[in-house]
Design a protein. Structure first.
Lengths: 319, 319, 319, 319
């Protein structure tokens, strides 16, 4: 192995650049050449490759987004397109690839491995919805951004004794909502994986206001329903001065947190070593604070387990 | 004069607490007693007064919101209600009042002054829409929060070559939009006070992408139209990967900036001195970097002048 | 058990307030009364107790420091002083105590338990130097603050092609240095637990500058030597434009991170449950991402294990 | 005029990149070519020029430091070196230059103008010590960084009832100290331009602690004396638990504030227009919130006037 490629795929996430940096610097230290593949699998098939030096990535660790860009490319599900991609890599002398991204990225990495290009997948998505890893790259930063926003929202909620329903990202995964809800002391946390009772939430808010609390915060994962709809439902059970708030895309950006930078660096470094060991078709994760690998195939059957105890703790404290 | 009151009215804004602190500490230094009036004019009429010491306000300078709370209270437009308020103050020995807030606050301050309670108005609103002042308390912090959010949004815009239409606060006043638009290098800034041409904006974006720019940001004051509607209009003139984003209430919160803390402190300090001089019915502002006062009556006829040159500069740079 | 006390001891750390909040709200939900003990063990002996309600702690989760205050009190090593403390608790009807702090706190908690007051210790210190826990309360926030500062320092380092030796906290424990060093892409990380070679570090910096890098960052744990001394040593091996920088006490403050708030909440909640189960003399920690307990006695023999692999990864990437 | 150059000189400051961006984009919009001159006047003499496009500067507005780099170059005081510089510019077809920096930069800009290369100076320094401008580029960001640090320091000060003497930048100019001191509610502000009385400061602190205040903050401009020395002096007048703290170089970095970005953009834009009007030898500033110009020669005799009323306000509030 002389030359490896790296690409980012799917939605961008803070820490992707830190991972690209770690891959680049580790590979160069081990005598490899590194090519950045721009625009994900689309760029892979198109041959949009740029050589990366250690200096190219020097200032990237602190920058959000992905400087290699990302792009939707459903065409890569087709075998002939995958083959074209593998040929592009071979014709550029690229022997192996590291893919950073969400669900779809793993399918691409597995396809390339089967075509003889060893590929390793790194979990890069703010949603934290990848099986067999406790942390995805970007999850920590998204939680930080959402928490900072809700801290600000609480200021205005308290000034006016209002209730805010704050929609955070997470279509099928309530991890951001749970962690941010606990971190902001939310009165209630609502996620798609668990039942909830709007009437009970309304009762909690009423009790809190009666006890002298000056604000109400409900953290709602976007996958449950819209914040506006939730507000309408809530108002059936109480006469609150309520507002709906959608944090949206800012959760995807910003300089990554310590956790995302460190996790991205550890996983990027590890991925290169796996390639040097001749491995491919593997997904890297962090389980119980330790680096771990699984066959990519296992991920397709697996299901991410959130830290649902956070829900119980939050409920208990708001009794 | 032995005892003064202070209240916050209308929408809360970062720096209100810094102003309350400055009023309290200045007044105490000058031998006065200070009472916080909670919940704005509603609390004034209800007699919801709390004595304030220097220690009570010690940690408040860095906190967003208003710890005296605010409340809507349109009833204060009625003369009999105003009289009840003046009586409450007199029965508590409160000789003068400082009111921090937006438009409505000035009407209340003038009414009290006419009823013999000297009152001074301080401009407290994130919108910066008060006549005869270049800066309102909260405007700087709101701009900071909006800029930070758009910096993050740009990360994800660039990763995917997207256009974001970002709705910032400002119903009738484009000051936040102009300042934040320039500070984030927006491709276009759209405000209610000036005409705009969506087709021209679309052409600018196209030219930028053609030149190699990897993102598009349009900063839209909420008073113009919704971000969703603007997006729909924009897509008539170009095939952009566009997203609408509403920053909403977080712009009202957060620890105040240096500018808001310093302006709030200067104005709060000055307001007490005006009262000590026997003045009332005045609005304090900062004009051309200097403390200034105007009769509150003048404000009702006046119109805030934004720094519209920012629009021209931004347009020129995006030609 | 009807009434529990809570105190903070030793150096303050961001997240202590979040832990106090979690203890208070969990205890109240379980029918207990909670008393805050001010000024650590000094206040315990003096009987400086304040009743805490859920509303008292409502806004505390986002605030740095400890609102119960802390104080040095070596006198609590004496048995008669410990007995006086236990009596104070009993005379106030306090049956059990939760202690948040560093090393010294555990000795106090154990002493109280032996005197019949069940006590639980929570790890509260930015240094992360407590055995049997991967995270102490405050460690994450201190890393965040140090990283943010170094990100800023890098801006000026790069503008002038300078080398900065940045002293971060950690007398005997290099955890902050390692995590922050990796997160900022430091050229070298120097900690007290591992050997280092200043000449080798100088060679790394020279190679980096020769390759076109525009800045050099060395993250130095304070326990190794002063940044000034390190700079002098470094200059023996190379003609760098070098500056020494000490981040100091700001690392102790600031609004806690998501991680510190969530960890503090989980551990505070858990500590109350342990007391409800009749337990005492235990230290709570987080091991491999899970809540764990150990006899406090074990901690005195134990030694915190840092994630020293971070050093190797950083070295490998800077080869 | 077909082609202009731009350079940054002296200590770097947040907002310099925003100014470079504004110059570049304005110049290109007006049909000019722009060359970045790297490493200040040293690079000017060496001919280290790089063509700049609008896309090159697209992401720079939010980045601290100066991507054109800066360097000390006292040799530029010599006439023959200045002539060599002018020749370099001419041989590259560069007709005019914009210089961003502190004191020294103006001497260079004037020298070039006298040699027939119209040059305009922009005030770029965090110290705010340039005559005839209320704001220098970088001043606002430095104040923000210092304030954020002191907010954190206050957390730990309060937890332990400590006094912190915080050294902020400003050798001969107390502007950062005054603004940050007011913004953090400092007990005392000490600057080089005004007398101070350490005994009186000690009395203030004692009175505050006696009244129940839980912390003490003294903001000290570095030009007065070291924080350590100040601490020693202070301890002669009172038995405080005091700590000295030096914020140092982080004040030079970080993403610029709204104010610095907007001021830098306005001044950069204006400087190009002055060149288009055939002007040279001018210094651009912001006076009373308006763009203004002065002959560079005037600056050498002028003296920056700080907002010393801030000192009086702070003293009055701490009586």
């Amino acid at each position: 192995m002389k030359r490896i490629g790296i690409l980012t795929s799917g939605g961008d996430a803070p820490g992707m650049n830190a991972a690209i940096r770690a891959v680049t610097k580790t590979a160069i230290s081990n005598g490899l050449e590194v090519f950045g593949i721009r625009y994900g699998f689309a760029g892979l098939v198109a041959g949009d490759f740029v050589a990366l030096t250690a200096e190219d990535v020097d200032h990237k660790i602190s920058q959000g987004g992905t400087f290699l860009y990302s792009a939707r490319y459903p065409e890569f599900a087709q075998e002939e397109v995958q083959k074209k991609g593998a040929e592009q890599l071979r014709s550029h002398g690229i022997d192996a690839v590291i893919v950073i991204g969400g669900d779809g990225s793993y399918h691409g990495a597995l396809a390339l491995t089967r075509l003889g290009i060893n590929s390793i997948g790194l979990p890069g998505t703010i949603d934290n919805d990848i099986p067999y890893t406790d942390y995805t790259i970007g999850f920590s930063s998204a939680c930080r951004t959402a928490m900072d926003a809700i801290d600000k929202i609480r200021d205005t909620a308290a000034s006016h004794h209002r209730v805010f329903i704050v929609n955070v990202m997470g279509r099928e995964c309530g991890d951001i909502a749970m962690r941010v809800g606990v971190a902001t002391g939310a009165d209630a946390i609502v996620i798609p994986e668990r039942p909830y009772d709007i009437k009970e939430i309304a009762e909690t808010l009423k009790r809190h206001f009666a006890d002298g609390k000056d604000n109400g915060i409900i953290v709602l994962a976007e996958g449950v329903m819209s914040a506006d709809k939730f507000k309408d439902e809530l108002l059936k059970y109480g006469d609150f001065d309520a507002r709906a708030n959608v944090l949206a895309h800012m959760q995807r950006g910003g300089s990554p947190t310590v956790t995302d930078r460190v996790n991205a660096t550890k996983m990027g470094n590890y991925a290169v070593k796996l390639l040097l060991d001749g491995k491919g078709g593997l997904a890297v994760g962090i389980e119980n604070s330790k680096l771990a690998t699984h066959d990519i195939l296992d991920l397709f059957d697996g299901k991410h387990q959130g830290d649902y105890a956070l829900l119980d703790i939050n409920k208990e404290m708001n009794k």
